[in-house]
Design a protein around this ligand. Structure first.
Ligand SMILES: Cc1cc2nc3c(=O)[nH]c(=O)nc-3n(C[C@H](O)[C@H](O)[C@H](O)COP(=O)(O)OP(=O)(O)OC[C@H]3O[C@@H](n4cnc5c(N)ncnc54)[C@H](O)[C@@H]3O)c2cc1C
Length: 274
């Protein structure tokens, strides 16, 4: 199929982009790397009248390196984060997950922010972003606000972004001492979206666990213990409470079993890495 017809805006400043969004509201859509949006246009799942291509914005600051976090711009590509020398040490969870995000060609165009905005419950970057408790900076012509990762994702392809807002940048906290990070994923084949994915952060006295791909929304939980017996019991309860459903890949029972088995393995890996 071909997309339905649309007009293209190519703003050269963030302000022009925001004005465009404000003028056209729900009739418009931001184009970043296009790795999800172009497919949605071709399938006519998305039918914006105006496409606002942010790739021509000039003088964008791609990355601000702070002591305890980094702020990365909406134009920052997934591959730039993957290839950045400091990423392995500063963001071990993202470093581990990024190779699973499609294939290198998609990551070369796809933006980190675009992956968050697309809000696919099987996506790896949003999963890790929730675990890391990242923040998003949303701007409109009228105001700016900061939203916590946990509050941003509302459901499949659904976020708390308003139609006149752009995510100009996001903030990701750097890794902390005596803390272990682990990511695991099950998919049909390498590069596919996850059937189930896990991001775990193990601190001195807590475990934060996020699971994606098994239900309509990524689900997170934090336990204020690192005792594996207690965690195993709690993980079983957590798995049974998940709103899993049957799909073309697996049954809901199988998904809950994966959460208990692979989820526990991921927790053990994170504990080992502390
Ligand atoms: C073959 C293939 C395989 C893939 N496999 C995976 C995979 O295994 N795992 C995975 O996670 N992803 C996968 N992807 C998707 C890929 O990660 C996309 O890059 C990502 O989902 C979207 O990033 P983008 O920059 O391309 O955004 P776009 O496609 O340009 O936009 C996506 C959505 O976000 C909105 N948006 C983008 N930027 C902003 C902004 N700054 N402010 C407000 N709204 C914005 C757009 O309007 C659109 O609704 C795959 C893609 C392809 C084509």
């Amino acid at each position: 199929m071909k997309p339905s017809s649309f007009d293209l805006l190519q703003p050269e400043t963030w302000h022009e982009a925001l004005e465009g969004l404000n003028r056209y509201g729900e009739d418009s859509q931001i184009l970043a790397g296009g790795q999800s949006l172009i497919a949605m246009l071709n399938m006519r799942i998305a039918k914006p009248k105006i496409l606002i291509d942010i790739n021509s914005i000039k003088n964008d600051v791609p990355i601000i390196n702070n002591k305890f976090d980094i702020e990365i711009s909406a134009l920052y590509r997934q591959i730039e984060l993957e290839k950045r020398i400091e990423t392995k040490e500063e963001f071990p969870l993202l470093f581990e997950c990024l190779p699973y995000v499609g294939h290198q060609q998609h990551r070369a165009r796809g933006t980190v922010v675009g992956s968050l905005c697309h809000a696919d419950p099987s996506s790896e970057i949003p999963l890790c972003f929730i675990a890391l408790q990242g923040k998003l900076k949303l701007s409109s012509v009228f105001s700016q606000r900061i939203v916590n990762a946990e509050d941003f994702f509302l459901g499949p392809l659904l976020t708390s972004r308003k139609s006149n807002e752009i995510i100009k940048s996001i903030i990701i906290p750097k890794s902390k001492k005596n803390t272990g990070y682990a990511f695991k994923e099950i998919s049909e084949k390498y590069g596919d979206f996850a059937m189930a994915s896990f991001a775990v952060i193990a601190g001195e006295n807590f475990i934060r666990f996020v699971v994606g791909g098994v239900s309509e929304k990524m689900t997170s939980i934090e336990w204020s213990t690192t005792d594996l017996n207690q965690i195993e019991d709690s993980l079983n309860d957590f798995a049974w409470d998940l709103n899993t459903t049957n799909d073309q890949y697996s049954t809901d029972r199988y998904k809950r079993d994966i959460v208990r088995e692979i989820g526990l393995k991921t927790i053990k890996t994170a504990l080992y890495r502390r």
